[in-house]
Ligand binder design. Structure first.
Ligand SMILES: Cc1cc2nc3c(=O)[nH]c(=O)nc-3n(C[C@H](O)[C@H](O)[C@H](O)COP(=O)(O)OP(=O)(O)OC[C@H]3O[C@@H](n4cnc5c(N)ncnc54)[C@H](O)[C@@H]3O)c2cc1C
Length: 459
């Protein structure tokens, strides 16, 4: 048996490491156990041929909860502005203004009508069919009264007004971008409820040294003193006695199993794995059923492309592009437009995200990669002469670091509290209503540590 800790945190993703840092600040002797060889989970970096590639999250919201965690423990995140957004409609780029980005969708359809090429006719078609005033009005009504939409999906809701494929493509990109579900999968009421709560998040930044740099800064704070982080140490069991977590078992390098006694556990490995680690002892049928029904883990393809010529957002703008009308690619981020430090000199580094047609079932990874590659070649006909793929990962539903443990709308999340009194879950799949991504994970960390304070005193 190793020495005893007040708190064991399972996993060093945004939720876990934020919880650990906040607990250390409050005086809790904390041990973080991380199965991988580095911290950060889906907000970290790995290096290929001098390119700093993302393990997941790309941008951080300045006004969100992640910078608040750093501030709370006296640190400052290193971030650089990346606020511009473009819609890419079948290869043609349309800038989105900083204000009212969602309703700006309709402006873009208008502007597309005045532009040349394929998008011209499609954009004009939407506005002509529906009328821009009516488009904005119906959108506003849906945001104000999401419940009035009944059981329609977003696609069905939009079908009432238009069957224009580009309008549907843009709404699908927005739906995937906001709630990580396709427009034909998620109820429109959930989507608009989400829009009403979130109100827009335009203040975003990229980490110029790579995400790992920021997470290692936070890890440094945790390790400074009586607390510690063990990398390469997967937790294999949470021991429960009298409905309380009493210790965890982890596997150290070389296969040795170590038991660590503790007064509380915050788990960042997701509600499903957490329940399995606890052998579902004292877990109610209701909780287990909720977990099966609510959680919607999302498969995705993540790619990094290095190029000696600018591809997406070739004007050098700092931000990202939502892509519509392709087979799989939904999002392109020109990382080096804002942060040239992320790649060797004269190399442009891009992050692409591809989504299978269904987020509800496991994907066929090889087929999805083929489809994404076909998209890259369609988007950039000169691709083979100027660019190459430096990393490509098809993360399936059951992958530890898949896109997300659930769609990012309230009914698809589990509570942070578990049926075990001193065991909480933080991170994706356990976010509060209206919070998403890394910000939702960090917000959950504040809440979990507040709950910890009410239950367990620091030693
Ligand atoms: C392609 C993509 C793009 C995204 N873009 C954005 C974005 O731009 N902005 C944004 O805010 N969010 C974005 N997200 C979402 C964001 O990445 C996640 O919300 C967030 O990083 C998840 O953090 P988490 O706290 O759930 O922990 P995770 O990142 O899931 O980390 C969990 C950690 O637990 C460890 N672990 C698992 N099992 C065990 C075990 N048994 N023992 C010990 N350790 C274990 C894992 O190794 C991992 O390190 C994106 C995600 C993806 C995949």
């Amino acid at each position: 048996m190793a020495e005893k800790y007040d708190l064991v945190v399972i996993g060093s993703g945004m939720g876990g490491l934020s919880s650990a840092a906040l607990a250390v600040k409050k005086g809790y002797k904390t041990l973080v156990l991380e199965s991988l060889g580095q911290v950060g989970g889906r907000y970290s970096t790995f290096e290929v041929e001098g390119c700093k590639c993302l393990t997941g999250a790309c941008v951080i919201h300045y006004s969100g909860w992640v910078p608040k965690v750093f501030k709370e423990v006296g640190l400052k995140m290193e971030l650089r502005d990346a606020q511009e957004v473009f819609y890419n409609v079948e290869g043609e780029e349309f800038p989105v203004p900083l204000e009212n980005r969602v309703t700006a969708l309709f402006d873009i359809c208008n502007r597309a009508a005045g532009a040349s090429g394929k998008a011209k006719n499609i954009g004009a078609g939407l506005v002509k069919e529906v009328g821009s005033k009516k488009l904005s009005g119906m959108f506003g009504k849906a945001v104000m009264d999401p419940k009035g939409l009944g059981g329609l999906t977003i696609k069905e809701w939009l079908m009432q007004y238009t069957d224009d494929p580009v309008a549907h493509g843009l709404f699908d990109s927005l739906s995937v971008g906001w709630v990580v579900a396709h427009s034909y999968e998620i109820p429109a009421s959930e989507y608009f409820q989400f829009m009403a709560t979130m109100k827009g998040m335009n203040d975003i930044g990229l980490s110029p040294q790579g995400n790992k740099y920021n997470m290692e800064m936070l890890a440094g704070y945790v390790k400074n003193g009586k607390s510690d982080i063990w990398l390469g140490s997967p937790v294999t069991k949470i021991n429960i006695k009298n409905k309380q977590a009493t210790s965890v078992v982890c596997k150290k390098e070389g296969g040795e199993e170590v038991e660590i006694e503790c007064n509380a556990v915050i788990s960042n490995c997701g509600p499903t794995l957490t329940a399995q680690l606890a052998d579902q002892v004292d877990y109610s049928e209701e909780y287990l059923r909720d977990m099966r029904v609510k959680l919607r883990p999302i498969p995705t393809v993540m790619m990094h492309v290095a190029s000696n010529e600018k591809l997406a957002m070739a004007g050098g703008e700092h931000g990202m592009e939502l892509v519509s009308g392709m087979r799989r690619i939904m999002c392109a981020v020109p990382l080096t437009n804002s942060c040239p430090e992320l790649a060797p000199k004269d190399t442009f580094l891009y992050h692409f995200v591809g989504m299978p047609k269904s987020t509800l079932v496991p994907m066929d990874p090889e087929e999805e990669i083929r489809q994404c590659m076909a998209d890259l070649h369609d988007l950039y006909p000169n691709f083979d002469n100027v660019a190459k793929v430096v990393s490509i990962e098809a993360r399936n539903c059951d992958d530890n670091l898949n896109y997300g443990r659930s769609w990012q709308a309230a009914p698809y999340q589990m509570p942070r509290e578990t049926p075990i009194k001193n065991l909480w879950c933080v991170g994706d799949g356990n976010q509060s209503r209206g919070y998403v991504g890394t910000s939702g994970c960090a917000e959950g960390a504040f809440k979990a540590v507040d709950a910890l304070k009410k239950t367990v005193k620091p030693s």
